[in-house]
Design a protein around this ligand. Structure first.
Ligand SMILES: [Zn+2]
Ligand SMILES: [Zn+2]
Length: 344
């Protein structure tokens, strides 16, 4: 089969490799569509990911496809030919974190990569917990949105955002836009802060009440506060960029008693300035949600199934697998601006 193999930093090759062999509890999926993701771009630049991928390795984690083969021990009603969306991870369910209901922090979280290929092997643990059958009316491409959407839905849940709230979303890449879409759809007044005019237009299209270009403002935190009731600040702020500056803005935009979700991961070694005085006396809650759990994988498929999120709003190109290395070169300087559908 043809597969994209990551060899290291900015070194991705399309090669012919053997179709993966299955253990008794595993499944082989014929990939119908794989989506690029900001995380993949980050891993491609760095050449590895401490927890997710050690090169040389098959690559890519957002996909949907058809069950080609099942190991002899796979049960649960799954059939060859079923349309499925396998998640990129599954927890162990026995470690301390899993027992405490924080399986996204599982000490033995099993990650799976290899979506950029004709076939992908799905480990037993994911087959058992995190591979869902796609409803008939949902397309493969829409179903492939489940993984990033699960992270977003969990982020909203953890931030405890209610209808009628005012929420600031910093960052209008594919993740920020998903937050905006879902929040607006659920009756939240969203103020979006982005970098480029096209992102701002997208934020407005997705339901933001106001969308601002950060670089147009001398003090974005001040400008945003002025747009909230009595200038008090927002009920909650979602930071979906991952820089020290935007983390600091987020902490300055929230009202007393509000919640900030520092959703965007900063590079190792980043230093962020916080004002302990305002943190304490304004009773600000800081959350920083990472990854997803099986519960939110299911909620994400439900959301897609209801039409809350449509891939056509996020995917702006479709390419064959052979063009993927070139596409990463192209995306290199356009961090997270687009999602591309790869058809193996
Ligand atoms: Zn992803
Ligand atoms: Zn665990």
């Amino acid at each position: 089969m043809t597969a994209a193999i990551l060899y290291g930093s900015e070194n991705l090759k399309i090669e012919s490799v053997d179709i993966p062999r299955l253990a008794a509890d595993e499944a082989l999926i014929r990939v119908k569509v794989a989506l690029t993701c900001g995380t993949d771009l980050k891993v491609w630049k760095r050449g590895y990911h401490a927890r997710m991928i050690t090169p040389p390795a098959v690559f890519g984690h957002e996909l949907a496809g058809i069950v080609e083969t099942l190991g002899s021990d796979v049960n649960g009603g799954l059939k060859v030919g079923a349309r499925v969306v396998p998640s990129n991870s599954a927890p162990c369910n026995v470690c301390l974190f899993c027992r405490k209901g924080q399986s996204n922090l599982c000490e033995d979280l099993l990650f799976n990569n290899g979506a950029y290929a004709e076939y992908i092997r799905i480990p037993g643990r994911i087959v058992r917990q995190n591979m869902l059958v796609i409803p008939e009316h949902v397309s493969f491409q829409d179903a492939a949105m489940v993984e990033p959407l699960a992270c977003v839905l969990r982020g909203i849940h953890e931030t405890n955002i209610q209808p009628g709230d005012t929420t600031v979303v910093i960052g209008c890449g594919p993740i920020g836009l998903k937050f905006i879409r879902v929040l607006a759809n659920r009756g939240v007044k969203v103020i979006a802060l982005g970098k480029r005019p096209n992102q701002i237009r997208a934020a407005e299209r997705f339901g933001a009440r106001a969308a601002l270009i950060a670089t147009d403002l001398s003090d974005p935190a001040k400008s945003v506060r002025e747009m909230t009731e009595g200038g008090r600040g927002a009920d909650s702020v979602i930071e979906a960029v991952g820089t020290a500056q935007t983390w600091e803005w987020a902490l300055q935009m929230v009202r007393r008693g509000g919640t900030v979700n520092l959703f965007g991961g900063c590079p190792r070694g980043t230093q962020v300035a916080v004002d302990p005085n305002s943190l304490h006396y304004s009773e600000i809650t800081i959350k920083s949600t990472f990854h997803h759990t099986p519960r939110f994988i299911r909620e994400a498929l439900e959301s897609v199934s209801l039409g809350e999120i449509r891939s056509s709003d996020f995917v702006n190109a479709e390419i064959p697998l052979a063009e993927l290395p070139k596409m990463f070169e192209h995306m290199k300087h356009r961090n997270g601006e687009m999602k591309v559908a790869v058809i193996p």
